[in-house]
Design a protein around this ligand. Structure first.
Ligand SMILES: [Zn+2]
Length: 155
């Protein structure tokens, strides 16, 4: 089942196969380390962004129980390949060993940096997902003021 998130007029849809992929990285066991990657999708003229694919942890990424650093250059290579399928960078995701995940101070710093550095095409926002053990939460980052807003999951 696809997930739909909103915040005012900002709309994000996560395709069901992406929901399944993300859920598979949920840190259900105490030995599970954090995962992460990039969101690949498209923004429609009406402002709705749909995520159709993600990149997944690669060999050179740094991973710990409370840490994920996307160090592998392969993620950017995969974005270039996705561009050929008309899928574009739309933000990033990572997992947390929390039921109802919330961003750490460090996450917010890295999200602000992602906003500074991103060229998301025709979108005014980029998106951040955190995969918890019970739910997947979403935030949107507005590029012109670099503010972060929590989004609400629609049932
Ligand atoms: Zn985090």
């Amino acid at each position: 089942m696809e997930y739909r998130y909103t915040n005012g007029g900002v709309k994000l849809v996560i395709d069901d196969n992406v929901v399944n992929k993300l859920s598979s990285f949920s840190q259900l066991f105490t030995g599970d380390v954090e995962s992460g990657g990039l969101l690949l999708g498209r923004t429609q003229i009406n402002g709705l962004t749909k995520v159709y694919d993600i990149t997944e942890p690669l060999e050179r990424d740094k991973r710990g129980r409370f840490l994920f650093k996307r160090k592998d250059k392969g993620h950017l290579e995969l974005v270039s390949q996705a561009n050929e399928r008309c899928l574009y960078f739309k933000g990033n995701w990572h997992s947390h060993p929390q039921k109802n995940p919330s961003p750490s101070w460090r996450d917010k710093v890295s999200w602000k940096r992602a906003m500074r550095e991103s060229k998301p095409g025709n979108s005014d926002y980029i998106f951040f997902l955190i995969v918890g053990t019970k739910e997947i939460k979403a935030w949107c980052g507005k590029l012109n003021n670099r503010k972060i807003y929590e989004m609400e999951l629609q049932s």
